[in-house]
Design a protein around this ligand. Structure first.
Ligand SMILES: *Cc1c(COP(=O)(O)O)cnc(C)c1O
Length: 486
């Protein structure tokens, strides 16, 4: 069946191809490669060359030819650049989802970025009292501002809201029961499930009510001497409609107080708001997202919320409420494991300052995006289209469309804001989207049927030139040259 002569010839070609692969030492002596060594270091260059040669050997084994000798400096430079590039990179969010968890949630304000820069560049009084010249607490830095903004007795900041919920339960409810409505046993995303966190904290979950309806009497009937707390969890990422009921927070607070007095021992009311907000969302045509200060006023003993959802700051978990309880959380051993660093505190403090000065809508990107008017968005989308037309993009490929942006980030599920998007027609939309993601500054957009949609609401104004340049290349140059990916 096999022809021995033909087999021999095939073997000889294979050997010839292998022999065309240069030795590492020879490559290192080439001037173009020596220049790369000066830039990236001998070790990384040698290692990368070995990897490239191994890959070439493998390719030859699969019947492909060896790279020509002149190709090596180019191959090496490309591989080095790839190895050296940061994996965490800025992207342009043209999806219209404002708090996009996959894309880093809230962009920081100018003031917050500046504060991070100043504090991270050198030493700071992170845990040092400048007046007394002695050791201080990192928790003091944003405490006063959070107290004033929310009218809470005290405040504590930890790594994120998941950590905040965990710390509250571990410190106050370990080994005891926590009542939660069956309609609030939520999964937030990324595997964060309230029942799991509760179990991990050492508290015992007691489910009350039904999936759609929970009444005050359901809570009352579930109370035992083992009950440490009633917890309300904001159903952040879904919405219940129809025959549904939940008691008001104020009624839960009254029940907790009444029971605590009758039993002569505390029963805490914990409110996990998820996003939470300090500002009213209704002036923007959105449903009311619960406000932190309202939860406290309604009688919650502790309220937990995220720093990088509607607050618009850095990743953090904020706990506000009763001073005595915050003190217990601060002294709990897990507080150290969940603590935030100086960059977070700097960014959070600057973000909170914008709220105190009444400048949140003007300065905090998340709120600027929410507040952007339809006219302003239309004008920007029109500007994008015009710039692309001026560059010679065929008019038939571009149109403007009324569409909807979303707040996202586990707040206001199903709520949208009217917007105007630039729609780009493409024969192979998913391939074009992949090309846009492969750019040095990747552009992430939405695909709908044959169109790529770009929502100006979530594109930072300073990113416009890069976005337009990317689109121009994809639509003009890319169309002509086939645009190599990479
Ligand atoms: C988002 C969310 C969390 C988790 O907050 P992170 O800051 O992402 O850790 C917890 N609870 C609720 C209700 C949430 O919406």
């Amino acid at each position: 069946m096999a022809d021995p002569q033909q087999e021999n010839r095939a073997e000889e070609t294979l050997h010839a191809e292998y022999r065309r692969l240069p030795a590492v030492d020879a490559l290192l002596r080439e001037p173009a490669i020596a220049a790369l060594t000066a830039c990236y270091g001998q070790e990384l260059v040698t290692e990368t060359l070995r990897e490239l040669l191994a890959k070439a050997r493998q390719a030859i084994g699969q019947g492909r030819p060896a790279p020509p000798p002149t190709a090596w400096p180019g191959l090496l430079e490309q591989a080095l650049r790839q190895a050296h590039a940061p994996t965490l990179r800025p992207v342009i969010n043209a999806t219209g989802v404002i708090i996009h968890t996959n894309l880093g949630r809230a962009p920081l304000s100018q003031a917050a970025r500046q504060a991070v820069d100043e504090i991270s560049l050198g030493y700071s009084n992170l845990e040092y009292e400048l007046d007394a010249g002695q050791r201080g607490s990192r928790y003091d830095h944003v405490r006063e501002r959070l107290r004033r903004l929310t009218q809470a007795e005290d405040a504590l900041v930890v790594n994120n809201n998941a950590a905040a919920v965990y710390l509250v339960l571990a410190a106050l409810c370990q080994g005891r029961e926590v009542l939660i409505s069956r309609g609030q046993l939520v999964e937030i995303g990324g595997g964060f499930r309230i029942p799991d966190v509760l179990r991990q904290s050492g508290a015992r979950l007691v489910e009350v009510g039904t999936t759609n309806r929970t009444h005050l009497r359901d809570y009352r009937e579930a109370l035992t001497p083992e009950t440490a707390a009633i917890m309300r969890v904001h159903t952040s990422n879904f919405r219940q409609l129809g025959f549904v009921a939940q008691p008001a927070l104020a009624d839960l607070a009254a029940l907790a107080r009444e029971y605590a007095e009758a039993q002569g021992r505390p029963l805490w009311l914990i409110d996990d708001l998820g996003s939470g907000t300090l500002l009213d969302t209704t002036p923007y045509g959105l449903a009311p997202e619960p406000r932190v200060q309202e939860s406290l006023a309604a009688g919650a003993d502790l309220v937990t919320f995220s720093g990088d959802k509607l607050l618009g700051g850095p990743q953090a978990g904020i706990i506000v409420g009763r001073g005595e309880l915050i003190g217990r959380l601060r002294r709990h051993p897990m507080a150290r494991a969940l603590r935030v660093d100086k960059m977070t505190l700097a960014a959070l403090d600057a973000t909170l300052r914008s709220y105190q000065q009444g400048r949140a809508q003007a300065e905090i990107p998340v709120w600027r995006m929410i507040a952007a008017s339809l006219e302003a968005l239309r004008a920007r989308a029109q500007g994008w289209r015009q710039a692309l037309l001026d560059w010679g993009v065929p008019p038939a490929l571009l149109s403007l469309r009324d569409d909807e942006s979303a707040v996202g980030g586990g707040s206001l599920p199903g709520e949208t804001l009217p917007t105007v998007v630039l729609a780009v027609h493409a024969d192979q939309p998913s391939q074009m989207a992949a090309r846009l993601r492969a750019r040095e500054v990747p552009v992430i957009c939405r695909i709908q049927q044959e169109q790529l949609l770009f929502d100006p609401r979530t594109v930072l104004p300073e990113q416009d030139p890069v976005l337009l340049d990317t689109l121009r290349e994809a639509l003009v140059d890319g169309a002509e040259t086939g645009h190599a990916q990479g």
